[in-house]
Design a protein around this ligand. Structure first.
Ligand code: HPA
Length: 301
């Protein structure tokens, strides 16, 4: 990060220094730099953005005419450090639609600020993308869910946001969206309908529920999980919500799908591990791929 975002014309050196030290903010110039780099490296103009969560990266292998750009080459782009997140952009075609796929994302627990976690969504918006498909691996909170299930996200609980961690904190990026964006329909109702239709046609069983975002990286205690269930969550994870907030800030339409990788450990008698999450990804990825393809076919762009 070179220059901290500031919408005033002058910035005190102390402020600059402290922003650099915390490295928290992103700037319009940084977003434009990254978007320009992507444009220079691919002549495809993507219409749909897709973020692939833990263990789901192989879905990008189906892209036709792919251009692959490692995150580390893109200016200001945060680099994923987590096993199961490849860390590259794949731009090409799925179902004859121009797509930009993120094979892996970054998380708050890796040490990035919320604004940095949402940076890729900012770049997608700058590239002209209007539709965003977010996937993740999530733990079941709803005791009826089984590992391997897909869950259509109908709404979320921004638990870490309630504690103050929001990607929109700091000066508002006025040219992108309003200071106080509405979140009443964070997950697009028409997209939810398209996903249901696609799942029905493809005979893919689909749960529907509320995703809750925690900071991680430690998994939940049984008491945490009982609390999350009481407040209305069906699945829990460590991602997606900051991206949805940035997307809605800039009026991108969002579809969210969780792959349920592990059962709710409500009684404390089973361990939860990242390996288990990645293993479940192998069962979930083919179904997720089919559902995403069926959804994209229905998209009117
Ligand atoms: N908790 C939080 N995040 C997760 C889980 C979980 O059980 N599984 C996959 N991501």
């Amino acid at each position: 990060m070179t220059e901290p975002y500031n919408n005033k014309t002058t910035t005190s050196s102390t402020q600059k220094q402290s922003n650099k030290m915390t490295n928290e903010w992103i700037t319009i110039d940084q977003i434009k730099d990254a978007a320009q780099f992507v444009r220079l490296n691919s002549s495809t103009e993507p219409q749909v953005g897709i973020v692939l969560g833990s263990g789901l990266g192989e879905i990008a292998e189906s892209v036709e005419n792919p251009t692959v750009i490692p995150y580390s080459n893109i200016p200001h782009w945060p680099t994923s450090t987590v096993q199961g997140h490849l860390g590259r952009l794949v731009i090409g075609y799925l179902e004859n639609r121009a797509v930009l796929i993120m094979q892996g994302r970054v998380h708050y627990y890796e040490g990035y600020s919320m604004a940095q976690v949402a940076f890729p969504v900012r770049v997608m918006q700058m590239l002209g993308i209007k539709s965003l498909i977010l996937t993740n691996a999530a733990g079941a909170v709803n005791p009826a869910y089984q590992p391997g299930d897909l869950m259509l996200i109908t709404d979320h609980i921004n638990l870490i946001g309630m504690a103050g961690l929001n990607p929109l904190r700091g000066a508002n990026l006025d040219e992108i969206g309003p200071r106080f964006p509405d979140m009443s329909q964070a997950y697009d109702r028409e997209y939810i309908r398209f996903a249901r239709l696609a799942a029905g046609e493809l005979k893919i069983p689909l749960q529907e529920g509320v995703y809750i975002c925690l900071a991680g990286p430690s998994f939940e205690t049984p008491a945490d999980l009982r609390f999350l269930r009481i407040i209305g969550a069906d699945a829990v994870g460590m991602s997606t919500v900051p991206e949805v907030i940035a997307a809605r800030h800039s009026s991108l339409r969002v579809l969210g799908i969780s792959g349920i990788s592990n059962k709710a450990n409500l009684d404390g008698n089973t361990l939860t591990t990242h390996e288990e999450v990645l293993e479940a990804g192998k069962i979930i990825a083919p179904k997720m791929m089919k559902l995403i393809s069926g959804f994209i076919q229905r998209l009117v762009l």
